[in-house]
Design a protein around this ligand. Structure first.
Ligand SMILES: *[C@@H]1O[C@H](CO)[C@@H](O)[C@H](O)[C@H]1NC(C)=O
Ligand SMILES: *[C@@H]1O[C@H](CO)[C@@H](O)[C@H](O)[C@H]1NC(C)=O
Ligand SMILES: *[C@@H]1O[C@H](CO)[C@@H](O)[C@H](O)[C@H]1NC(C)=O
Ligand SMILES: *[C@@H]1O[C@H](CO)[C@@H](O)[C@H](O)[C@H]1NC(C)=O
Ligand SMILES: *[C@@H]1O[C@H](CO)[C@@H](O)[C@H](O)[C@H]1NC(C)=O
Length: 809
């Protein structure tokens, strides 16, 4: 503004005029298809196009649109870059936008330039998940979709976003852990539901009598289906493989219990408007080509209201990489079309569908179905009609102070305190008053992290606050990298960092991984911090005169066993990849402005774990004959660096169970059967009716309740995540060690008590998935476990009896 006073007034006027013109042009261009003025400019009369007749239901209009197209015109719309049909006034549309943790420019459907220079970049999902705060996940979805809708109004974004990534983390080596909500299928499902609802729902229109036509704020996509969590595993000689060639050998038990479960919840409870199939094969059939996995599950079983899209480019992968049945492109195209694939990311459909139809391999009706599924979603988004709800969103809604504050809050809530040695003279939090004017050495390859904090599927952030800049708000910072990058191969930079630590009043060492170690397309080889990082940390910590805090940026676990026991290191924080405000969040936690409450969403296995089983082994349960130890906290019983759910606080909490359901009675009718379970322990007291198939039972929400008092017994106010697990009756073969059935985050003032109530459905919370993939409710003594494995928590086990009564017996 100040510099504009130097400009002659007429130039300012011209500039203003230009800005007004350009913004009104872009607004009217992307406002909506069925705008009479738009048609007039195209020298067309909108009245000739019944798909623009708002008096007709969406289904009629969509059918009319599809029936107006010639066969080549239909084909041209079935790739992510849909050509549009000029003679119908239908514009081009790029279906591919991403918004994993903020509006992204990956895919090309959304972009940044001088008019929209950036959008809020929230923490990566692995960090946001660590908050275990469902409301936060929904709020982030709402904030992102508001920015997306504002960018759409400015002709800078599409309306269809291919996020979130809800593949369960099966193996700690996976390169895409940063994109995901971790290893627990229940948590992943809750993340999916909240993110999708936050993004998609119009407030007040969350439900509808006809979900097929329910309005959407933006469209999201749960991906990548199914049994996909291997990218490129290269260290294993003959077992080496990558996602374009991998055949995922899975049992139906693992599919129902783990791999498919978040997708089921995303469709049924999130009412997501799109799903994406993955590159890999599942039990020998490419995921996108299996009619049973695709339309048989998404449409027939789960009743998807939306479209099914391929990964980019899964169809080509079938032909070139999987070489499935040595297909010609047309065979692959026919197979995925028949399986229910509605849209191709990339160009295989557009190139080969014409020929596929000419060869008689599909019906034209199959193409019509796909087009109608796609256009129905655009109808629901107001792409064709004026959606007054969002018309006023614009530049002020992107990177707004409220959204930047939310990004900061999310990063703080996601930070996990792993170590805080309270027998030391000084430990966290550092006192901001005491450190005012003092010097803090901020060292390490991530001390000035910026881009690293936003991970992948990012856009251009509004700004960055690096760790050193965040800490600079509390004290003088002496910054030294210590290592040139995370590979940390060059010892010559260590000495300046050592010198800084020797004289500083405190030292913060920021280390970890980045996308050169873990990313899409690259799995990890081991759990170690790369290069000389450990030596660097140890040397700096040893000479440091003040307290030493290690901050780790990573998605997957890292081997810090030696730091756990090292008395030179007072505290350790894990921040994941914490987004554009990450450095501020780290500083606010270190100085006690926020009391950390994050919990690890993945198990930090010991380093030898990765040598105990190949990444290609898909099974979750241990395989005794091969010595495989089992996967995730549900099935892995060995030692860990930190268990799933671990996370400390600056205060202490004490739990008491105030009230809990002590028994549940379920009835089976005279012609229904008890289900026979397999018991391991001889003499385990099996009830006469072992179990019931859940489909046979009357299931009710709220038949299983537990009320917990959370008392803050320390001196500092703080958040606490109460996690509830269930454990099946002892002696049943093959059941999880325990499983998460609920969590809530609660703020408790020092000395105060808060009451937290969990209301659950026993059919969901107490059921098991049998070896033959039934969901069954076992009778007998279950256990509800409250708390986590966090050492500060008191773990309470509450028994709960399930009786299954068979009528007439
Ligand atoms: C939202 O729901 C209300 C009431 O059901 C309805 O009148 C309104 O048209 C809906 N808005 C949109 C944009 O669908
Ligand atoms: C910190 O990182 C930013 C962004 O990469 C860079 O511009 C700046 O020069 C770095 N600061 C120092 C002191 O190296
Ligand atoms: C190590 O870093 C120093 C300082 O940046 C540089 O002069 C030297 O060439 C580097 N050595 C290697 C082996 O990269
Ligand atoms: C905690 O600090 C005390 C006192 O310096 C030290 O003896 C002990 O080894 C430290 N414990 C850990 C786990 O670092
Ligand atoms: C305890 O729970 C039972 C069953 O849910 C309920 O009837 C009762 O009122 C509860 N008691 C208290 C003290 O909350």
């Amino acid at each position: 503004m100040a510099s504009s006073t130097k400009m002659p007034n007429n130039i300012i006027l011209l500039l203003l005029l230009f800005l007004c013109l350009s913004s009104s042009f872009t607004t009217s261009f992307s406002a909506h298809v069925c705008d009479p003025d738009r048609y007039k400019k195209l020298s067309l009369d909108m009245k000739n196009f019944p798909f623009c007749d708002i008096s007709q239901p969406y289904a009629v209009r969509v059918k009319s649109l599809v029936n107006s197209m010639t066969t080549p015109e239909k084909v041209a719309q079935l790739g992510n870059n849909a050509d549009g049909v000029p003679r119908l006034g239908l514009p081009k549309y790029n279906w591919w936008s991403e918004a994993l943790h903020g509006v992204s420019n990956v895919g090309g459907g959304s972009y940044f330039d001088s008019q929209v220079p950036g959008a809020t970049s929230f923490p990566t999902p692995i960090t946001t998940t660590s908050s275990f705060n469902e409301l936060l996940w929904k709020n982030i979805g709402q904030a992102i979709s508001t920015e997306a809708r504002a960018m759409y109004n400015m002709n800078h974004a599409g309306l269809t976003f291919w996020s979130p990534n809800i593949n369960v983390v099966r193996d700690p080596r996976w390169g895409r852990i940063l994109e995901t909500p971790g290893e627990d299928p229940y948590t992943v499902g809750r993340y999916a539901v909240n993110f999708v609802r936050g993004m998609q729902d119009l407030i007040g229109n969350e439900t509808s009598k006809d979900p097929n036509t329910r309005s959407l704020k933006v469209s999201t996509c749960c991906k990548h289906y199914a049994a996909y969590d291997l990218d490129s595993w290269s260290t294993s000689g003959s077992l080496a493989t990558d996602r374009l060639h991998f055949n995922s050998d899975v049992t139906e038990q693992d599919m129902v219990e783990t791999f498919q479960r978040p997708f089921e919840v995303c469709v049924k409870e999130g009412d997501v408007s799109s799903v994406m199939c993955s590159y890999n094969s599942v039990n020998g059939i490419p995921a996108c080509a299996d009619p049973r996995l695709m339309k048989g599950t998404f449409r027939d079983e789960w009743n998807l209201h939306g479209y099914i899209v391929s990964d980019c480019d899964s169809i080509e992968t079938m032909v070139d990489d999987l070489q499935w049945m040595n297909d010609e492109p047309e065979n692959a195209v026919a197979q995925v079309m028949r399986a229910g694939l509605d849209l191709d990311c990339m160009t295989f459909y557009q190139k080969y569908l014409g020929n596929t139809l000419a060869k008689g391999l599909i019906k034209e009706k199959d193409m019509d179905r796909a087009l109608m599924n796609n256009y129905m979603v655009l109808m629901r988004l107001g792409y064709f009609d004026n959606f007054p709800e969002f018309a006023n969103l614009g530049k002020a809604d992107i990177c707004s102070q409220a959204n930047i504050n939310l990004a900061l809050d999310a990063a703080k809530q996601g930070i996990v305190l792993l170590k805080n040695n309270k027998t030391q003279k000084s430990f966290l939090p550092l006192d901001p008053v005491q450190f005012k004017g003092k010097t803090i050495a901020v060292v390490g390859p991530h001390a000035n992290a910026t881009k690293v904090m936003i991970g992948n599927y990012a856009g251009v952030p509004c700004r960055y606050v690096s760790p050193k800049d965040g800490i600079a708000k509390y004290a003088n910072v002496q910054y030294q990298m210590g290592c040139a990058d995370v590979m940390c191969r060059n010892g010559s930079l260590i000495w300046p960092a050592v010198r800084a630590a020797r004289t500083a009043d405190a030292t913060v060492i920021v280390v970890g991984l980045d996308e050169t170690i873990e990313r899409e397309g690259l799995d990890r080889e081991n759990m170690e911090l790369p290069g000389y990082q450990l030596q660097f940390i140890t040397q700096v910590a040893h000479v440091a005169s003040g307290p030493v805090v290690v901050v780790i940026l990573s998605a997957g676990p890292v081997n810090i066993l030696s730091l756990q026991q090292n008395p030179d290191i007072d505290s350790i924080l894990w921040a994941g990849y914490p987004g554009q405000e990450g450095g501020q969040a780290i500083a606010d936690v270190i100085f006690g402005q926020y009391n950390p409450a994050g919990r690890l969403p993945v198990t930090w296995y010991p380093p030898e774990y990765v040598w105990q089983l190949p990444m290609t082994s898909m099974q979750f349960r241990p395989i005794q004959s091969l010595g495989y130890p089992g996967r995730t906290y549900k099935f892995y019983s060995g030692p860990s660096i930190y268990p799933f759910g671990y996370g400390l606080s600056y205060t202490q909490f004490q739990y008491t169970v105030v009230n809990s359901t002590s028994s549940i009675d379920k009835q089976l009718g005279t012609i229904q059967h008890c289900y026979t379970l397999e018991y391991t322990k001889s003499g385990a007291a099996a009830p006469p009716c072992n179990a019931a198939i859940v489909d046979d039972l009357q299931c009710v929400d709220g038949d299983l309740n537990i009320v917990v008092n959370v008392k803050n017994t320390g001196q500092i106010d703080g958040d606490n995540v109460v996690m509830v697990y269930s454990q099946a009756p002892a002696g049943i073969a093959g059941v999880p060690i325990k499983k998460v059935v609920g969590f809530q985050k609660v703020f408790v003032k020092a000395g105060a008590t808060q009451t937290v109530t969990f209301s659950m459905n026993s059919c969901e919370s107490l059921s098991i998935v049998t070896e033959s993939a039934y969901v069954a409710l076992p009778a007998g003594q279950h256990t509800i476990i409250v708390g986590t494995d966090g050492s500060a928590d008191t773990v309470i086990r509450t028994p709960l009896k399930v009786n299954i009564n068979k009528q007439g017996s």
